[in-house]
Design a protein around this ligand. Structure first.
Ligand code: PMP
Length: 407
């Protein structure tokens, strides 16, 4: 049970009381980005109005305050994901940058011609393209885990893909299209039994479930603040310290060095080695407020609330003739990708928008998944803690209303 009523929760999101075409906004694009509560915006304001000074540099008090707030945020993230030490928590611009960092730094250093990496068919482009960029530097082969009809991964096929040249496994914890929750622990065990490290794209998991990087035994874990009620422009790469120590820097500049001369530069230890330049310390500090916000509501309570909306809405959608839902794996997250009859996803999305309902349409940055499903795109509705059953009812009646227009 959430400790507050949904009405109380919604009061902290002024954006939710906007109207479009005379209808109250129903915001169902939470998978792309969640809305941000007043508490987090106030933390941004506090940083600008009280604590703005460059971090890790000044001896003066405000600089030390700003540094203290940024480093406190690092400790909050460490606790949220149960990392062993703050050395393992690298701030990035988001999941995308975190994965690029690993592909460029770890991949650039430890993968060579003829090596293979394993991805899955349900990856977001953020976990495909960085590896393809690496392929421009090295002759690396990408093996792809297929999925079963319900949208879960084919684990037998996964096991069979390992060869003695497999050097990295990278996959999403939760699919942003299907909502499938992948069996991270089991997949890590298989990879580690072959001596292969694992990167998990946690962009869609971190907002909805407790993450324990030690229990999952992952080597890298990436996620984004803006999908977790936090500000945009901040993300996290968790990395196992023993690997981070061996990896070369991703970018060069200030803050990431020990000493610099024109003859030789030495680097700071992790995490600073991977944080060249002035970090987004304002939003990093505000992200800590978002984590506190999630903690106060309880991530399990948030998930249970979203799940109740998912179950009710899915059952109602299945009563609509011609409805196709993509992704029905047991225990899936609160994401519903669908198509109605032969209607184009874009038309469905446009008509829903006219009724005040914001859903995503398109390939959701997962074109290979769309190809494997034999479709161009879907309509996607996804839930967050501030969504209500009454919004789901509005959504269902909107689908009934627009269906004849799409025939
Ligand atoms: N991976 C997944 C599964 C995602 O859903 C997203 C965001 N849509 C990303 C990666 C990329 O996240 P960001 O744009 O915040 O870097």
């Amino acid at each position: 049970m959430l400790p507050l009523s949904i009405e109380e929760i919604r009061r902290d999101y002024p954006i939710l009381s906007r109207t479009f075409y005379g209808k109250p906004l129903v915001y169902f694009d939470n998978t792309a980005t969640s809305q941000t509560p007043r508490q987090v915006v106030e933390a941004v304001e506090r940083m600008y109005f009280r604590h703005k000074a460059n971090v890790h540099r000044g001896v003066f008090s405000i600089s030390q305050e700003a540094t203290g707030l940024m480093e406190a945020a690092r400790e909050d993230v460490r606790r949220y994901i149960n990392a062993r030490s703050t050395a393992e928590v690298i701030f990035t611009r988001g999941t995308t940058e975190a994965i690029n960092l690993v592909a460029a730094s770890y991949g650039g250093e430890f993968l060579g011609d003829g090596d293979r990496i394993i991805l899955t068919v349900m990856e977001h482009h953020a976990n495909i393209v960085p590896w393809q960029l690496l392929q421009r530097r090295k002759d690396i082969h990408i093996d792809v885990v297929p999925m079963l009809p319900d949208g879960s991964l084919d684990m037998e096929a996964y096991r069979r893909l390992f060869t003695d040249r497999t050097r990295m496994v990278a996959f999403c914890h939760v699919s942003n299209v299907l909502g499938t929750v992948n069996p991270v622990r089991e997949m890590v065990e298989v990879a580690h039994s072959h001596g292969v490290p694992v990167l998990v794209d946690g962009a869609q998991a971190a907002p909805h479930m407790a993450i324990d990087v030690q229990a999952l035994d992952v080597d890298f874990y990436a996620f984004s603040s803006h999908k977790m009620y936090g500000p945009a422009g901040v993300g996290v790469l968790y990395g196992r310290e023993s690997l981070l120590e061996k990896m070369p820097p991703y970018q060069g500049g200030g803050e990431m060095i020990a000493n610099v001369s024109f003859e030789k530069t030495t680097f700071a230890p992790p995490p600073l080695k991977f944080e060249a330049g002035t970090p987004d310390f304002v939003d990093i500090a505000a992200f800590a407020e978002a984590l506190k916000y999630i903690g106060r509501l309880g991530v399990e309570n948030i998930a249970a609330h979203e799940h109740a909306l998912l179950e009710w809405t899915t059952a109602e959608m299945m009563k609509i003739p011609g409805m196709r839902i993509f992704g029905m794996a047991p225990g899936k997250c609160a994401v519903i990708s669908f198509l109605m009859g032969n209607a184009h996803h874009y038309d469905t999305g446009m008509l829903l928008d006219k009724l005040g309902i914001a859903v995503r349409t398109g390939h959701h940055c997962a074109e290979p998944l769309m190809h494997s499903l034999g479709i161009e795109g879907t309509v996607r509705a996804s839930f967050a803690v501030y969504n209500t059953l009454s919004e789901c009812e509005t959504f269902i009646s909107a689908l009934h209303r627009i269906r004849p227009m799409l025939d």
